[in-house]
Write a protein that binds this ligand. Structure first.
Ligand code: AMP
Length: 218
């Protein structure tokens, strides 16, 4: 089964998807992480995606769908998968449905709902580990030592697309597409909404309850 975790940039999808994957043993597949790995490896795909990502725009569907299809064909994605950051527009919803129509694998979505004003503060204050990728926040989730990852000790950095100018563009470019995706899953009876504001552990508990309701338990 496939669980799609929907949310705006800064809604906490990555943190929550990681925790849910650890609790349920599902594979966590994040398109943003796949793109960043391609960019770090200097691949052709990474080079073509970088200009879109740096501008806060969506990478074209043909590039994104090809990349995620290859990832979902890996053995660890054969059973349960949490999708984080995909699908991000109506065409990607259709591509995902088409890819799994034949196998009959169920697809359910959970929308992590957060107000726009909160998203901007979350994104500009976010810091990520340059080595293991763990996420922190200067105010709400600071590391024990400023600028240093609690998990592995490497330096924390600001993602290029979390720069204030890019954050505004990202939200402007991506929120209407997200609305479309949410509506799409709602109208096909495959959507649950989880409040994404509050203590991380409380959000995690609400998400786990919603996931269990669609048969995605530990
Ligand atoms: P994220 O880490 O999910 O915020 O993704 C970082 C950036 O990668 C986004 O701002 C987009 O430029 C790009 N990206 C991630 N997922 C997708 C997707 N499904 N379709 C198009 N672009 C994407």
């Amino acid at each position: 089964m496939i669980l799609v975790l929907l949310g705006a940039p800064g809604a906490g999808k990555g943190t929550q998807a990681e925790a849910l994957a650890a609790a349920t043993g599902a594979a966590h597949v994040a398109t943003g992480d796949l793109f960043r790995a391609e960019i770090a490896a200097g691949s052709e795909l990474g080079r073509s995606a970088a200009s879109y990502i740096d501008a806060g725009r969506l990478v074209p569907d043909e590039v994104t769908v090809g990349m995620i299809s290859a990832r979902l064909a890996q053995p660890d994605a054969a059973s349960r998968v949490i999708l984080d950051g995909f699908p991000r527009n109506t065409a990607q919803v259709a591509a995902l449905d088409a890819a799994f129509a034949a196998s009959g694998r169920a697809i359910s979505a959970i929308f992590l709902k957060v107000d726009v004003g909160i998203l901007t503060a979350r994104l500009t204050g976010r810091r990520v580990c340059s080595s293991c990728g763990r996420s922190f926040h200067v105010e709400s989730r600071p590391p024990a030592v400023a600028g240093v990852c609690d998990a592995c000790g490497a330096a924390l950095i600001t993602r290029r697309d979390d720069a204030p100018e890019t954050v505004a563009a990202r939200l402007a470019n991506q929120l209407s597409a997200l609305d479309e995706v949410v509506e799409n899953y709602r109208s096909s009876g495959r959507l649950q909404v989880v409040e994404g504001v509050g203590e991380i552990a409380a959000i995690q508990a609400r998400l786990a309850t919603a996931a269990r309701a669609v048969g995605f338990g530990s």
